[in-house]
Design a protein around this ligand. Structure first.
Ligand SMILES: Nc1ncnc2c1ncn2[C@@H]1O[C@H](COP(=O)(O)OP(=O)(O)OP(=O)(O)O)[C@@H](O)[C@H]1O
Ligand SMILES: [Mg+2]
Length: 360
C-alpha cells in the first residue's frame, strides 16, 4: 500500500505479510512512517493505493472497531475519569465477558505491568511511565487478536523498559496474539521480535529475523541503524580466488571475503565494532593496522576504543571485558585486527556515505 499526505509519500509501496501469532517489530528513525503504517492497518487512515487484509478478509472499507486490531497510541490516551482497574477492564466490560473472566484477565495483566497495587489510582495520580503501562495493559486486555503497539515502552525508564520487553512478548505469545510493535530502538526490536522490518523514508529497507538483519544487512543504512559499524571508504584494487582487496585512503589494502564487486569500483566496507580487536600484536589471517588509541570509553560490560590509523582513518572497537582483557590508554600504540569474513562490502552510495547513514 501507499499512503500520501499531500505531496509527501509517508508509505511507499509497502508490501508486508505477517503470520498469525507472529511478533513483528517495525524499526525506523523518526519520520520513517512507523505510526502511519500502524494507523493505516488499524483503519484510522485510508491508504491512497493498495489493499489491507486481516485474517484473509479485505478490510479497506471496514471501520477500525470491526478490524479485530487495536491501535495503542504513541501518545497514550487513558480515560481520566476512570481508575486503573476500570481503564484496563474497559475492553472486556464492553465486550460483555462474564465477571470472572474480566477479573482474571484484568488482574493478570495488571500484575504483568506491575500495577496491581495501584488499581484504584486515577491516571493523573500516576507517573508518565505508569500511565504508559496502564495504556499497554488496556490494549492487551481489549480482546483484539492483533495488537498494534506504537512505542509501547517509550516513556519508561531504561531498566523497566528492558524488563518489560520479555514479559510483553511472553504475555502476547501466551495469549496467541499477533503483534506489530513500532520502535526506534533497534536493540528492543532485535530482542523482542520474531521478525523485524526496517523502514526508511516510507520504504521497507529489509525484512528478516533479528539474526538475519543483524548478520546480513542488505544496505549501509541497515548496518548502521541495526547494530552500528565502522564504515571505511575504498576502491577495489585486486581480486584473487579467495578474496578481494580494497584500497582505503593512503593505499593500505583491506582483504575481504566478499568478491562481488569489480576492480576499480568505489565501495564502503562495514565492520562491526565487536569484530575489531585491539592488541599489541597482529592476528594471523586478519587485516592488521597499526594506530594510536584516541579515546577510551567504558560501557557497562565492555570497553570502546577509537583508534586513529596511520592513514588518519578512525576505527572503533568494542571489546567485552573478560579475565584476559588488557586495557589500553589514550595515546598508546596498538594494532587493530579484523577478519576478511567480517567485512560487509557495499557499493559507494550515490547520495554520499554520511547522508546514506543518516537517511536524510
Ligand atoms: N496527519 C498528517 N498530515 C501530514 N503529514 C503527516 C501526517 N502524519 C504523518 N505525517 C508525515 O508522514 C511522515 C511519517 O510520519 P510518522 O508519524 O508515520 O513517522 P514515525 O516513523 O512514526 O516517526 P516517530 O518515530 O517520530 O514517531 C512524516 O514526514 C510526517 O510528518
Ligand atoms: Mg511515530
Amino acid at each position: 500500500m501507499t499512503k500520501k499526505f499531500g505531496n509527501l509519500t509517508a508509505l511507499d509501496h509497502i508490501n508486508l505479510s505477517i503470520d498469525d501469532g507472529e511478533y513483528v517489530c517495525i524499526l525506523g528513525q523518526t519520520g520513517a512512517g512507523k505510526t502511519t503504517l500502524l494507523r493505516t492497518i488499524a483503519g484510522l487512515l485510508q491508504p491512497n493505493e493498495g489493499e489491507i487484509y486481516i485474517e484473509g478478509k479485505l478490510v479497506n472499507s471496514v471501520p477500525p472497531e470491526k478490524r479485530n486490531a487495536v491501535y495503542m497510541f504513541q501518545q497514550f490516551a487513558l480515560f481520566p475519569h476512570m481508575n486503573v482497574w476500570q481503564n484496563v477492564s474497559f475492553g472486556p466490560v464492553i465486550k460483555n465477558w462474564n465477571n470472572d473472566r474480566i477479573k482474571n484477565i484484568t488482574f493478570e495483566i495488571l500484575e504483568m505491568v506491575r500495577l496491581s497495587e495501584r488499581q484504584d489510582a486515577f491516571p493523573k495520580e500516576l507517573s508518565g511511565g505508569m500511565q504508559q503501562r496502564v495504556a499497554l495493559a488496556r490494549g492487551i486486555a481489549s480482546g483484539a487478536r492483533i495488537l498494534l503497539l506504537d512505542e509501547p515502552l517509550g516513556a519508561l525508564d531504561a531498566r523497566l523498559r528492558v524488563d518489560l520487553r520479555t514479559q510483553l512478548r511472553k504475555l502476547v505469545k501466551d495469549q496467541g496474539l499477533t503483534t506489530i510493535h513500532v520502535t526506534h530502538d533497534q536493540e528492543e526490536g532485535l530482542m523482542i521480535a520474531d521478525r523485524v522490518v526496517v523502514l526508511r523514508n516510507g520504504r521497507i529497507e529489509q525484512i528478516g529475523s533479528p539474526q538475519e538483519v543483524y548478520s546480513k544487512p542488505q544496505s549501509i543504512f541497515v548496518a548502521s541503524f541495526v547494530g552500528g559499524a565502522n564504515f571505511i571508504e575504498g576502491t577495489v584494487a585486486n581480486l584473487d580466488d579467495l578474496s578481494s582487496f580494497v584500497a582505503m585512503r593512503g593505499s593500505p589494502h583491506i582483504r575481504v571475503s566478499d568478491r562481488s564487486k569489480k576492480i576499480g569500483e568505489k565501495v564502503v566496507i562495514a565492520v562491526r565494532l565487536e569484530d575489531v580487536s585491539v592488541e599489541t600484536t597482529g592476528e594471523d589471517g586478519a587485516n592488521n593496522f597499526p594506530g594510536v588509541v584516541e579515546t577510551v570509553m567504558f560501557i557497562g560490560g565492555s570497553m570502546e576504543y577509537k583508534v586513529r590509523l596511520e592513514n588518519d582513518v578512525l576505527i572503533s572497537s568494542r571489546i567485552l571485558l573478560s579475565e584476559t582483557f588488557r586495557a589500553f590508554k589514550t595515546g598508546e600504540r596498538v594494532i587493530i585486527s579484523f577478519h576478511p569474513e567480517n567485512c560487509y562490502v557495499f557499493s559507494y552510495p550515490k547520495i554520499g556515505l554520511l547522508k546514506e547513514i543518516e537517511a536524510v
